[in-house]
Design a binder for this molecule. Sequence first.
Ligand code: CU
Length: 567
Amino acid sequence: MYPYVGLEEPPKGAEQSRSRRARLHLYEPKTNLTTVAVVDLAAGTVVSRTPSPGVQPNIMYRDIGIATDVVRPDPGWRAAMRKRGLTRFEDLHLEIWAPGFVPGTDNRRLVRVLTFLGNNSANPYARPIEGVVALVDVNAGKLTSLTDTGVRPVPTETGTFPAPARPSRRVTDADGVTIDGYSVRWDKWTFRIGFDALTGVTLHKIAFDGRSILYRASLSEMSVPYADPDENWSWRSAFDAGEYGLGVCTTPLELGSDVPAGTRLLDAVVALDNCVPRQIENAIGVYERDGGVLWRHKNEYTGITASRRGKELVITSIPTIGNYDYQVNYVFRQDGSMAVETNLTGIMLAKGTARTAETGGHDSTATSHLVAPNVAAVNHQHFFSFRLDVDIDGATNNRFLQCDTVPVLSDAGNAFAMQEKRFATEGFSDLNFATSRNWRIVNPGKPNRLGVPGGYSLLPGENAFPLTGANSDARREAGFTEHAVWVTKFQADQLYGAGDFPSQAENPTGLQDYVNGESIDGEDLVVWYTLGITHIPRPEDWPVMPVHRASFNLIPTGFFNQNPVLK
Ligand SMILES: [Cu+2]
């Protein structure tokens, strides 16, 4: 089987000089062995073949097919459904989840299977069958266990919502953008668009006016831990890149609703389990949108208002991972700044419940909230790990600073100053709104006209600390969620915040291991940003959730000599 086929990116600085290579994760069900292979596509040869015993690659279509075939006829599952008054088994939707780490299972390939009422309906997630979760040994084709924590009401409302796309009222187009293959030129920005089966859109060689800023930017992992202590919920902590594949799950964009009319649409290609390519049409959208006021001043003495309106370029894609849809936007602005926006929508994961407002529907210990009659959506968090391979005016000689603004002199004084802490070695940094903390990457070899090293600052927006227990599986498995910012020395094989194989990992790896004391001062460094959202469900989020937006910004700080967009 071929759970992952992707580009083996060429060494940094040697992009043109090496023939094209592919990286494959191969999985042999008979021996339960994963092998990582690198293939030279031009020569048609295998460059390397490395067995990786003890890991599990991401969920494949094969797993979904086998697990469905095992559970549907299973007498125990059918008896559990009958206990809940459900006898039309063809109406039941089965949803396959990566299992998390299951002790004592010797790395056998496992999946868990949830049940919902409403197979092939407009909303298969509105009527969860609470209490029943099957654990399936995929290679044995057997049900390992069925956990039934008791009968709860089956929600009755179907949770349907208008399905067809509706054209948006506002129309823009990407007139100002030039796209040559997957190379993009807009205003003073240039970059290339790539695509990876696990992480979705990747952006390469991002430069402004010919000066490099980012060598590569991408999502590197996601983790979505749920807060319910019930044994059928406590294991739920989805890794949407490493377990499911944000690229594989990317869905075609609808013109007029997902993206404005006039959007330039690009296709992406991923490999299916059997290594057959699948083209995802219209997977990536490129469009221009109104950018608000770029700068402005009204001169009260002359009466003259000088004002410029800005435009923004948006690169967008929408992976749909089961019930949730995540739009990821990379936004480029004319003033040299960038934003990364995550837009969360889709359908929340919910459970059937007998609870009402009178019986503790909203008490302070409730780990879920009523969103419809007999439907409680479970508290959860979304953590995105963005990998930003920053190359400020080149790959070498970059430096990482943590910037905190603090009072100086005395408590009674008015003075405050920004203090920089330079990182000599790899490390991490936490959020601190008390000091307006942000982070800056500079190139001391490229001072601006004031003699100050030019750079870019990372400004946090909405964020969250992990809230599951300090020693919980969710946090052990998603070490990247422990800190908002990590900085590592560039290593070509460190692409994923939770490592290459987070599924069923007994010994999870990732950023906590990548940070190991190497010098980063004056080196080629990579900044990783963890963006967290604590989602406490609202009735308004049901049955389909209005978009929740969260973002962060990268802004030039001394990179230019003055406002770069005076025109
Ligand atoms: Cu959510």
